[in-house]
Design a protein around this ligand. Structure first.
Ligand code: ADP
Ligand code: MG
Length: 374
């Protein structure tokens, strides 16, 4: 997964004109926060969790070196990259700056193009580290859930087999029959839950075929339209000559259903959902996706959007912000994650609180032709 909306930069500098210069260079592309002294910079960094900090060295009170030291020693700000932007241009200044944990060092007066390039590089590195960390976490959780689902499935098989055997034997005894049947219903419910957990892990059996994604969406349109209600506008924007993809069709339909459902639930007062397809050639340094040809299925909504904490945990099984928390709740996105992984693709999420979200599924182009399902 890759995130999110515009990156946030924090500039800490006691000279307002320096802040103004950096803001002029970076303000169009990024959300910029600033602080005029070390202490308020530290407080702002803790509270706002910016994606990158641009830090002056010579400041009255807490100077840039000390602030960098504190930022690196605090677990809540430790991983935020720091770039020194300073008039101190001696070699030993640079060395001290880099030794206290800064990712880069830029001397004033700054070159706008180089500042942009160096900021972009640090942000890209951080994004890819975060993507990798999230992927590793989800892989570990996936292995655990897969293992549990597999064992539970075997045990449930035995229980359901025995219940089936018992039912005719107690047919004459009403209260016993009721109990056997209610136990069977509970075991079947649990089977369903175990199946959903398995969708997140790698253990799910795959029945993949070559698929025309546009056709699947068009066929589901009426069903989706019926589910979103009158207050929600559902718009399709399907690319002509879309490449074929390969997937388990049931899983693809289920994913689309869940995505539209989530979008809809994010807009209790109504709004607009757009389903869009496109051919995309991806060239990337992102370790969670290979360069190559992909179909991009994007679902955008004008709903409540997601806070950073939600984005961070979006794909964890049983993570949900919805109440009441019932059976199967919080498994939608984790199952979609499993599906996209099995396809060899990735998910990108762009979301702004109160503005809306856009979830993009990148699914690899298949070699086969659409006429020959295998
Ligand atoms: P559930 O829908 O059962 O809560 P999901 O796994 O489908 O579980 O989603 C997990 C959480 O992700 C949701 O509770 C919600 O907070 C958030 N979420 C998912 N999609 C969207 C969206 N389109 N807009 C806002 N929040 C979303
Ligand atoms: Mg859901």
């Amino acid at each position: 997964m890759e995130g999110m909306g515009r990156a946030t930069l924090l500039i800490v500098d006691d000279a307002l004109e320096s802040i103004a210069i950096l803001n002029q260079i970076l303000g169009a592309e990024y959300r910029v926060l600033f602080a005029e002294d070390g202490l308020s910079g530290l407080e702002l960094a803790r509270r706002k969790q910016p994606d990158l900090i641009l830090l002056d060295i010579s400041m009255p009170g807490m100077d840039g070196l000390e602030l960098c030291h504190r930022l690196k020693g605090d677990p809540t700000t430790h991983s935020i990259p720091v770039i020194f932007v300073t008039a101190k241009d001696q070699e030993q200044d640079q060395e001290r700056g880099l030794r206290c944990g800064a990712a880069d060092y830029i001397t004033k007066p700054v070159s706008p193009t180089l500042v942009k390039a160096r900021v972009a590089t640090q942000l890209r590195l951080r994004r890819s580290e975060e993507a990798q960390r999230r992927a590793q976490k989800l892989a570990a959780v996936g292995q655990l859930t897969g293992g549990i689902a597999h064992e539970f499935n075997n045990i449930l098989g035995i229980m359901l087999g025995n219940l089936e055997f018992l039912e005719p034997l107690v047919a004459h005894e009403q209260s016993a029959l009721r109990r056997v049947r209610s136990t069977t219903r509970a075991a079947l419910r649990m089977s369903r839950l175990v199946e959903q957990l398995r969708d997140f892990s790698r253990l799910r059996p795959i029945h993949s075929q070559v698929i025309d994604l546009n056709a699947v969406i068009t066929e589901m349109y009426d069903l989706l339209l019926g589910s979103v209600g009158d207050e929600v506008e559902l718009v399709l924007q399907l690319a002509p000559a879309l490449w074929p993809m390969k997937a388990d069709r049931g899983e693809l339909e289920e994913s689309l259903w869940q995505l539209v459902n989530n979008a809809c639930e994010a807009m209790p007062k109504g709004g607009r959902i757009q389903i869009e397809t496109a051919n995309r050639v991806v060239e990337t340094f992102d370790p969670t996706i290979k360069s190559g040809e992909y179909l991009r299925l994007a679902i955008s909504d004008s709903g409540c959007g997601m806070e950073r904490e939600v984005l961070e945990r979006l794909f964890e099984p049983f993570f949900s912000t919805k109440k009441p928390f019932g059976s199967g709740c919080g498994l939608g996105m984790s199952r979609i994650y499993g599906f996209v992984q099995r396809c060899g693709g990735t998910i990108r999420v762009y979301s702004e609180p109160k503005m809306g979200s856009c979830l993009q599924l990148y699914l690899p182009r298949a070699d086969g032709s659409l006429e020959s399902p295998q």
